[in-house]
Ligand binder design. Sequence first.
Ligand code: CP3
Length: 333
Amino acid sequence: MTPILKTLKEKDTTCKPVWFMRQAGRYLPEFREIRKTNQNFVDLCINPNLVEKITLQPIQRFKIDAAIIFSDILMIPYALGQKVTFQKDQGPIISNFDEKKFFGTSEEEFINKLNPVYEAIKKTRKSLLLSKSLIGFAGAPWTLIYYMFNIKNKGSFFIKNHSDIILRVIEKLNVLINIHLRKQKEAGADIVQIFDSWAGLLKNEELNKYCILPNKKIISYCKRNNIPNICFPKGLKDKYKEFVEQVLPDGISIDHDIEPEWALNNLKETCIQGGMDPRILIEQEEKKVLHTVDKYLEVFHNCPYIFNLGHGILPRTNPELIKKITERVKERK
Ligand code: CP3
């Protein structure tokens, strides 16, 4: 059993494994090198040879306990007929939501389009040491809808006025996300993480139907199918407690708004992951960064805890610092 699985499933408190969200990405020169000659991001995500290579890049540099498959949460909208492109420094650009295309896509078509992701997982699992976990992932329905409906440019008025279609889309996404996670597990991922990066945008009255219930359905499915799981409902503040009590994931990834002591007292029954603000890695000197690492390790000393950040590694982060943090976790555990 890998250190992450021991921590997550057996509530082991001695391993203190470590990995990083966005550990394969733009802060690594070797990733930027591949990206230079592969301008189309989606094409890159459906190229199993390159996906394997990028997924293993951080493993070759650092003594981390997991690889996360190089892909994107927007591969689901892509598989459902939306055009997804990434412009440098601009974030994703997604073609308009097309109801006919969305509801017209069969499960078989969906799986076929995402098959290269599963092929990449199979290949990567073969070349990854058995002591390392391979993490698969998906976006939660609400966070996918945020991008699929371009909510950024529409705001809360739109959400309020489109609850019927949003609920119908969530229902179909729930089914397809489950399939996507199961296929990743079957291909060799031993853990999955569910990203609800925009959960914090929801109003109180929307939280249950758009975030908690859909995540709960996914986690129940994972449990029925023996898929170890971690949820990341970013931005929920004190509602992290309600989320954990309702959804009951194996692990809960906290963001940098959550005080570690608060998490310790309020999210007790669950394995906790992450928390440290990724901005510190850019803004502060090494000594202070390592001091903050120590703080997280101290607070969670007697708990099943997976070291990670409160969000993904930022592009301007120095890879050497990731190395130092990893070493510190291994020394102090
Ligand atoms: O290393 C890993 O974590 C694995 C690969 C991974 C990517 N995206 C690669 C990527 C994972 C797990 C994701 C998840 C993801 N994608 C999330 C959830 C986590 C989070 O950050 O909140 C979200 C919201 C997305 C959507 C997305 N993809 C955005 C907003 C962007 C552009 C801006 C950004 O944050 O980078 C992407 C592009 C993307 N996904 C890149 C990478 C390496 C950068 C692509 C490039 O320009 O080279």
